[in-house]
Design a protein around this ligand. Structure first.
Ligand SMILES: [Cu+2]
Length: 141
């Protein structure tokens, strides 16, 4: 039984040596060029997507005010730490409306803040808007 252990050990060492012979180094070198363009892309202003995360609960959002630049593409993620279902809606901006989510769920939407001004965002579930589930979205010219 002892010999089998030694044989396996030798095989493992030989196997490791073989992998190194095959050349792990050129493969690693292949990785870095793919990383560099990704870093470069985020430097381009027009491609930049503003990521926002907003939490909803009874009755409100964790941010009372959101500020964006006109023309900005926004990827917004809504979470729900409350007990009731909630959503997030801005009537004046096309696409700025999430689906209704339950506790623990998450939903992500993408929209363009194409209209300058100050708008109210709110939850369209039941009477939540009247109960204070609102905030202010500022889109700067
Ligand atoms: Cu709600």
């Amino acid at each position: 039984m002892k010999n089998i252990g030694i044989v396996l050990l030798v095989l493992a060492v030989l196997g490791g040596g073989y992998m190194m012979m095959k050349g792990m180094t050129p493969k690693e070198n292949m990785v870095s060029p793919t990383v560099a363009p990704t870093a470069g892309e985020s430097m381009m202003p027009m491609e930049q997507v503003q990521e926002l995360t907003l939490d909803s609960f009874e009755f409100g959002y964790d941010q009372k005010e959101l500020a964006l630049k006109k023309g900005q593409t926004v990827q917004m993620t809504l979470t729900n730490s409350g007990k009731m279902p909630h959503d997030w809606v801005v009537d004046e901006i096309a696409g700025a409306k999430t689906q209704m989510i339950k506790n623990g769920e998450t939903t992500t939407i993408t929209f363009v803040a194409d209209t300058a001004g100050e708008f109210e965002y709110y939850c369209s579930v039941g009477q939540h808007r009247q109960q204070g589930m609102v905030g202010k979205l500022i889109v700067e010219e």
